[in-house]
Write a protein that binds this ligand. Structure first.
Ligand code: SF4
Length: 426
């Protein structure tokens, strides 16, 4: 175990260095991203090439779909596949052929790597190329890794979107366009579409899109806004294609949403008056809706274990708009460039930590006895058993929380466990 203290990292919390830990971690793997990605991309299918453990993880994370045809599955690597790689490739080809023959609705197939497929060095990139020859153009076949080795669960989305960037067509129109990057619930996407249109930004697309046929074109005139803070590789690849990131805080809460929309408005030269007139009503509604949650949560303390990579924007929202007290804000990775605007908004003296040494961090959490701890499922039960109130970080990714209309729902996600604890204590 190593603890690194980065005293060079100057944030608004200048007086506190970032604690960097590289010890045992408690996080879900990147396969989990399939849960929200398969809902978003409605003609895509995710074929995990993995073990029974991977299949169980997906079943318990996503639940069982009763009414719809499933859009993910696990091709189980059996022991005999482990003995001979040639068989594993043949089996995979047969599985894909059977799947695509039975499911003509699939337009985009992801072969998703796992720890077992990486251990036996099954080359899914080659498999995707080989299978594409048989099924293109009707079905596009891509691959990415959702393996749990050295990842955290939201990186699954980053890897998935990164695998799609080379597929995006070149934008030859010469017109400026805005790309919103990161899977958003359809309802949130529709709200943002309306707001951008009213602000005066006409050419807006979302990535990932709902349909595989709707890949947004990109080029030198594309500006992009990240909707999620965990898309480092996707952003890097978009930049290599000529697109430019608009620096902004993330659209969580009233302040984050306003600043995020404003970054686009500034890039399009929209005047302040026009911008204010469009956001005035939704902003006022959101501020009003936060009042009740603020009354319940102000002054309460919160401790973030590193899990979703949403921790820093969430901490900013909870402290500045809800009045909660930050004890420690842990994040699996700290992307200093993408999070610069967020870090500047954090209160001074915020204790940040990056990476994890779970036992040490649990001791720090017990030491401060926060009113609420945001953590992964694996830590929630033990902490609850010790009398601490917890919030599952994964719920914050599954739930629509971005934008003005969802600001109160986001605060409610933190109020609910505290209310439950209070009711239990009565
Ligand atoms: S950590 Fe590895 S083995 Fe476990 S579910 Fe994830 S990919 Fe499968």
């Amino acid at each position: 175990m190593t603890v690194l203290v980065d005293s060079d990292c100057k944030t608004s919390a200048q007086s506190n260095p970032i604690l960097r830990e590289r010890g045992q971690r408690e996080v879900f793997c990147g396969l989990t991203g399939i849960v929200w990605l398969h809902r978003k991309m409605q003609d895509a299918f995710f074929l995990i090439v993995g073990s029974r453990t991977c299949a169980h993880l997906m079943q318990s994370a996503a639940g069982v779909m009763i009414f719809a045809e499933p859009r993910f599955a696990t091709a189980i690597i059996e022991e005999r596949d482990l003995a001979g790689l040639a068989d594993a490739n043949e089996e995979l080809d047969k599985t894909v052929q059977r799947l695509l023959a039975r499911r003509p609705d699939i337009k985009l197939l992801f072969l998703v790597g796992s720890c077992p497929s990486e251990v036996i060095k099954l080359d899914l990139a080659r498999a995707a190329q080989r299978l594409s020859k048989s099924f293109a153009p009707k079905v596009r076949i891509l691959n990415y890794s959702g393996s749990g080795i050295e990842t955290t669960f939201t990186q699954g989305e980053d890897a998935c979107l990164a695998s799609m960037v080379p597929e995006l067509p070149e934008d030859k129109s010469g017109e400026p366009s805005l790309l919103v990057v990161g899977a958003l619930a359809d309802i949130v996407e529709d709200q943002f579409s309306r707001l951008f249109e009213q602000i005066g930004i006409p050419n807006v697309q979302f990535f990932p899109s709902r349909s595989a046929d709707d890949l947004p074109p990109i080029g030198k005139n594309t500006s992009f806004l990240l909707a999620q803070p965990f898309l480092g590789e996707t952003a890097r690849l978009l930049e290599t294609r000529g697109a430019q990131r608009l620096p902004a805080p993330f659209p969580l809460g009233v302040e984050g949403t306003t600043a995020w929309l404003k970054a686009a408005a500034n890039a399009w030269g929209i005047c302040q008056q026009k911008f204010d007139s469009v956001i005035e009503m939704p902003r006022a509604r959101a501020e009003k809706s936060l009042e009740r949650q603020r009354a319940a949560l102000a002054g309460k303390s919160v401790f973030f274990f590193p899990d979703s990579q949403l921790e820093i924007p969430l901490a900013r929202f909870l402290s500045r708009e809800i009045g909660m007290r930050l004890t420690e804000v842990g994040t699996p990775y700290l992307h200093k460039i993408h999070l610069k605007e967020e870090l500047e908004l954090l209160p001074e003296n915020t204790q940040l930590s990056e990476g994890q040494d779970v036992d040490r961090q649990l001791d720090r959490c017990r030491g401060v006895q926060p009113d609420i701890s945001v953590c992964g499922l694996g830590l929630a039960n033990p902490l609850e058993a010790e009398g601490l109130t917890t919030k599952w970080a994964i719920e914050l990714v599954f739930t629509p929380i971005q934008g003005f209309e969802q600001a109160a729902d986001l605060a409610e996600l933190f109020a609910r466990p505290l209310n439950r604890r209070m009711r239990l204590a009565v």
